[in-house]
Write a protein that binds this ligand. Sequence first.
Ligand code: MN
Ligand code: MN
Length: 323
Amino acid sequence: MFWTRELIARNAPIRRRVTPDRSPVQDRAVAAYLGLAIGDALGATVEFMTPNEIRGQYGIHQTIIGGGWLRLKPGQVTDDTTMSLALGDAILGCGRVDALAAAHAFDDWMRAKPVDIGNTVRRNLISFRKTGNPEAPASEHDAGNGAIMRALPVALACYGQPENQTRIVQRAQAHVTHHNVLSDVAGEALTLMIQDFLRGEEADAVERQRAASLVAAHPAFAYDRKRCDNPGGYVVDTLQAVFQGFFATENFEDCLIDVVNRGGDADTTGAIAGMLAGARYGLDGIPARWLNALDGYTRMRCERQAEALLSYIPLQSQSVLGG
Ligand code: MN
Ligand code: MN
C-alpha cells in the first residue's frame, strides 16, 4: 500500500503537545496542574468584576491577557498557583506532607512578596511567625477558599493511598492558614474528586459520590438552586460556582469560560475549576492557545511538579501529627 500524503495525514495520530510517554494518570495529573494555572491566569483578569461588568468590557472573557486589578502580565499567575507550588515543593523536600514544613514554605512564599495574598492567609502566617505553631486556631470566620485553592499537590502526593490519609493530610495543610470545618469538608471533597478523575472515573459518578455527599452532610453547599454569580471568597460560594460550571459543561474550555465569567473571585474559581477539568479531560482537552499563553516558567514548574508528586513515595507513613 502506498501512503499518499493525504493518507498519512489522515492516519497520523492526533498531534500531541506533550511528552508522549506519559501514562494516562500522569497525563491527567499534569493537565490538572496546568488547568489550575490556566484558570488562575484567565480568571485574574476579571477578579472582583461582576458578570455585567465583564460582559460590558469583554463580551465573553476567554483570552489570557493579564491585566485585572493586579495589572498582571499576560499568562502570569497569582497566589492560587504559587502557593500550590510552594506546598508541592515542601512535600517533595521533606518526603511527606508535614504541616510545619508547609508553614515554613508559605512563610517564605509570603516574604517573597507575592502579587496577591488573602487576608486569612496573611493573618495566620504572621501568627505562625510568632508562635511557631503550624496549626491556626479554629475559627468560624476563616471559611475562605484560601486553603482549598492549594489542594492539588495533596491530591497528587496521596494518589493511590487510603482515602482517609488524603483527608488527614489535606486538613493538616489547610490548618496552617484556615482552621474551619467548611474549609475542611470542601478541601477533602475537592482532593478526593481530583483523585477520582485521575483514576478515570466518570463525572456522573463523581458528582453522585462526592458532591452529593458533601451537600448531604453540609446543605450549605447545595448548588442546584440559584445560579451563583459573583462568588466571593467564602468557600461555599466558591464550590457552588465551580460545581455549577463544571458539571454543566462537557469540555475544559467551556467549563473555564463558564466559571470565570461569573466574576467575583474569578482567579480562584478558575483555578479550582481548572484543576478539576484538567484531571477530568486530560492534556488533549486544554486549548493550545491557553497553554501557549501561560507563562513559560510557570508551565514548566507545574508540569515537573505534577510528575514528581505523582511518583513520589512517602518516606514514612504520611505523618502530619508532629513527629
Ligand atoms: Mn489569586
Ligand atoms: Mn482570588
